[in-house]
Design a protein around this ligand. Structure first.
Ligand SMILES: [Zn+2]
Length: 309
């Protein structure tokens, strides 16, 4: 038995397989990413707490002698164990390494892969159907998000993707859909562009807000940030059926038909979720970067084809 294994045994450390599972669950809890393991990193303590590690277990260290320099190097046994577990997850292609992610997100973090994401859901008893709506990062989806964020905004944007397969769902199209959702929701800071509603699920895994297509998917609308809006469920519905639209300066235009609605329609308590938008000229909440603002070609199409004047 090697020195490190002996030390793990001596300090009754959790097994590597146990730490691997704990890491996958933590990755899911932290949106798909965790920082490299080092002193003062919250994640190191958090997983330590999951195992109920004693002070002794947390502070035990390994001593290795660098023969060349004749120098002793100390490293914490617990950090080493976390690293070994993460390294083994990377070999199994369940996570991507910090060095890989540095190019993708500019952060040195471990990130779930699609396979790791599935495994983490399974370990956390979360139904696989939820996956599609979780903003959890995965290496494959982040590659798409990066591409969406970095593509330069065309002057004359065509919001239609004629080659888009509307009916056939492929692995590629589900990844692209998730990339679109994440990029749009992030751009709008997880808030409804119309009412500013921002709330997440009690398990903190996902946001209420949805990524809406301006030119809908069923009309072969593109999965680009410029053809997207982050909207709460109510405003998403109202936008899709044409209760309101946007003007070129991103002001909200409400259908005149709203005046003919019975007064008890579209309200909860004192809040009128469509009528209130027509009281004053309101501009939507826009992403900070104008690169991500909805494109006029997409909103013009919505105004002419979906909106009920
Ligand atoms: Zn809303």
């Amino acid at each position: 038995m090697g020195y490190e294994s002996k030390m793990n045994e001596q300090f009754a450390m959790p097994t590597r397989a146990q730490v691997e599972q704990a890491l996958l669950r933590s990755l899911l809890k932290h949106g798909g990413v965790i920082k490299e393991f080092g002193l003062g990193q919250e994640i190191v303590d958090e997983i330590g707490n999951d195992f109920g590690l004693s002070e002794q277990q947390r502070t035990a260290f390994l001593q290795t002698v660098y023969r060349k320099e004749n120098r002793v190097k100390k490293s914490l046994l617990w950090h080493r164990l976390l690293f070994r577990a993460a390294d083994s997850l990377a070999k199994e292609k369940l996570v991507s390494r910090p060095s890989q992610n540095l190019q993708l997100t500019n952060k040195k973090e471990w990130m779930l892969t699609e396979r790791g994401f599935d495994e983490a859901l399974n370990l956390s008893n979360i139904p696989a159907e939820r996956k599609e709506f979780l903003p959890t990062k995965s290496y494959e989806v982040q590659k798409i998000v990066k591409k969406l964020k970095e593509s330069s905004r065309p002057e004359n944007y065509n919001p239609f993707d004629i080659g888009k397969k509307v009916i056939k769902v492929t692995r590629e199209s589900t990844l692209r859909t998730r990339g679109f959702r994440q990029a749009v929701i992030e751009a709008y800071n997880c808030k409804c562009a119309i009412c500013g509603m921002k709330i997440k699920t009690p398990d903190s895994l996902s946001w209420e807000v949805e990524a809406a297509h301006i030119v809908p998917h069923s009309y072969m609308g593109r999965d680009d940030i410029w053809n997207g809006l982050a909207l709460c469920h109510l405003h998403h519905w109202a936008f899709d059926v044409g209760w309101f639209t946007l003007l070129d300066q991103y002001m909200i235009q409400v259908s005149s038909k709203v005046q003919r609605l019975p007064s008890d329609f579209g309200r909860f308590g004192n809040y009128e979720f469509i009528r209130s938008l027509s009281f004053k000229k309101t501009k939507i909440f826009l992403p900070k970067s104008s690169e991500f603002h909805p494109h006029h070609n997409a909103i013009r199409w919505h105004r002419e084809n979906i909106f009920h004047q």
